[in-house]
Design a protein around this ligand. Structure first.
Ligand code: CA
Length: 221
């Protein structure tokens, strides 16, 4: 499963991430509320582990924001003892489960497995009129032809497909797919758009990724 781990304390985050990685999960970490909201908007996760107290805001607001646009992704709240005594409130806000620190790894793993079984009942396909992308297998299909995408190409196409019809600037794409601080003069976005076109475009059909001159890229809805 692809898991977003939202946790500001390095020690706890690396404990959780290494255990979950050893179980075969792909773990991506956010350490602020801002990053948690941004990453969950840009990518499809199978599960979100959400710390309730973050340096730049409350996990409750992150929970509300994610739930407002994604009713499916399982969210497990992870909180220190005493941070809240109102589990009912969190479940009402859309959390699926609740864990109290200090966490025993066996318990975390069991809750993750349960959320995983629950989540598998829902489809995780992104689709536009011409293109589909399976976010579990990372297989893109266009005009009856499928391609298995390496992770960066997958993340780029996923980001575009999560915003169909919307023009995304190179800087937005860099910040989201490559991470903040990447050199904006770099032409790496154009290079990767080229990779995707080579794999997915079909002769006589418009490109799966449209170039909007002077602005950026988009996929048609
Ligand atoms: Ca915290």
């Amino acid at each position: 499963m692809r898991i977003l781990l939202v946790e500001d304390e390095d020690r706890i985050a690396s404990f959780m991430a290494s255990g979950l990685s050893a179980e075969g999960h792909a773990v991506e970490r956010a350490s602020t509320a801002h990053d948690a909201v941004g990453m969950s908007a840009a990518h499809v996760y199978d599960l979100i582990l959400l710390d309730l107290v973050l340096p730049d805001g409350g996990g409750r607001d992150v929970l509300r924001t994610i739930r407002a646009r994604d009713t499916e992704v399982p969210i497990i709240i992870v909180t220190a003892l005493g941070e809240t005594d109102d589990k009912v409130e969190l479940l009402d806000l859309g959390a699926d489960d609740y864990l109290v620190k200090p966490i025993a790894f066996a318990e975390l793993a069991a809750r993750v497995r349960a959320a995983c079984r629950h989540g598998q009942q829902s489809s995780r396909m992104l689709e536009t009129a011409e293109l589909s992308l399976d976010v579990r297998t990372r297989i893109a299909t266009h005009a009856g032809h499928s391609a298995d995408l390496p992770s960066r190409e997958f993340s780029l196409l996923e980001y575009l497909m999560r915003h169909p019809g919307q023009v995304l600037t190179r800087q937005q794409i860099l910040d989201t797919v490559w991470g903040f601080g990447f050199e904006s003069a770099s032409n790496i976005v154009d290079v990767y758009v080229g990779y995707l076109r080579r794999k997915l475009d079909r002769h006589g059909k418009p490109s799966v990724i449209e170039t909007v001159r002077g602005a950026g890229y988009r996929v048609r809805p």
